[in-house]
Design a protein. Structure first.
Length: 342
């Protein structure tokens, strides 16, 4: 390929209509998509399946990697040896927002020093915010109780509660946290938060991280939105959970490693926490031995709060915009800071 042309290799499943949109961005792009060499999606917007290729197919795939300049997604079939198999790649567009730990774990920042990594930050913000609102409403309205009573055909009236005027604390006012704040404010909640990149939605007060404990004392509902970094690892432990008002609700859509999971389990068992809606865990998949599976005041989501049957359309929008920026020599959206890990 000449310097004015670029091989763009799509390494995980994408619907043909979206591949077509990518090809229409610019004639300088040679967009390569061979779905027979990729894993079939197990669900809409699945980007993690590992294909079963014949030796001939594998040889062909390695040749495509060797010739690639740009990757759409990290190749799930060659995580360990991607730097060696794709030495010419100068940019990888991820389909996930939280890739910082992955990049460090694979040592890509050192093994691919000339490669830019961009995240899918923002693509999943509304989806995750909807999960938070759903979880708060189901807690307030007693949805799990309703389902249990319905299953046993038991009629017993009770009183739930409402969200208006309740205090929601958000740790991590980035794109996701701001979206949660917007939705919660629309329902009349008082929103406070910390670790703000830029506040664009109604927030009553923003606390610096060194005043986290003062914020937690007010949090009738707590949402964790921060990524897993050395600074955030187990930032919520027994002491922090004890500061929450009795009966508080806990939601984690960030990363499981941000929370001391045994301390969280104990707070739920004791009743100090009224409910937890968890999309992420210290170990994934969540082991069958985890007590979280059987706790009546816990909602277990298999890291699926952010997935949608329309996700690939939004990912394609982001990738096409970044392709135009890349070709124009402009800064890409969502470039990963490998030191900050987000």
């Amino acid at each position: 390929m000449s310097q004015d042309q670029y091989n763009v290799l799509i390494t995980s499943y994408l619907e043909s209509e979206y591949v077509h949109r990518i090809r229409q961005v610019d004639p300088r792009l040679n967009v390569i998509y061979e779905p027979t060499l990729l894993a079939a999606p197990r669900y809409a917007a699945d980007h993690y399946g590992v294909p079963n290729r014949s030796p001939e197919q594998e040889a062909h795939w390695r040749q495509l990697l060797a010739e690639a300049d740009i990757l759409f997604d990290f190749d799930p079939s060659h995580r360990q040896d991607l730097p060696e198999l794709a030495p010419n790649v100068r940019w990888v567009q991820s389909t996930s927002a939280g890739i910082g730990q992955f990049i460090k774990r694979m040592n890509y920042d050192k093994r691919m020093p000339n490669t830019v990594f961009s995240t899918a930050s923002g693509v999943h913000a509304k989806l995750l915010a909807e999960f938070c609102i759903m979880s708060m409403l189901m807690f307030n309205k007693g949805l799990l109780r309703m389902l249990r009573d319905q299953e046993r055909k038991h009629w017993e009236r009770y009183a739930g509660t409402d969200l208006e005027g309740r205090t929601l604390a958000i740790i991590g006012l980035g794109k996701i946290g701001n979206q949660v704040a917007c939705y919660a404010s629309a329902l009349g909640m008082r929103v406070i938060g910390t670790d703000a990149e830029q506040v664009v939605c109604p927030v009553a007060q923003v606390y610096p991280l060194n005043e986290l404990h003062a914020m937690l004392k007010q949090a009738e509902y707590l949402v964790i939105c921060v990524p897993h970094t050395p600074q955030t690892e187990k930032m919520i432990g027994a002491r922090e959970l004890a500061l929450l008002p009795p009966g508080a609700m806990f939601i984690n859509i960030g990363r499981g490693q941000v929370v001391d999971e045994p301390a969280l389990i104990e707070a739920l068992r004791s009743g100090h926490l009224g409910f937890a809606a968890l999309d992420v865990f210290a170990e994934e998949p969540l082991p069958p031995s985890s007590p979280l599976w059987e706790m009546s005041n816990v909602l277990v989501s298999p890291h699926s709060a952010s997935t949608s049957d329309r996700e690939n359309s939004r990912l394609t929008d982001l990738f096409c915009e970044n392709l135009r920026r890349y070709l124009a020599g402009e800064p890409l959206r969502n470039v990963l800071d490998v030191e900050k890990m987000y």
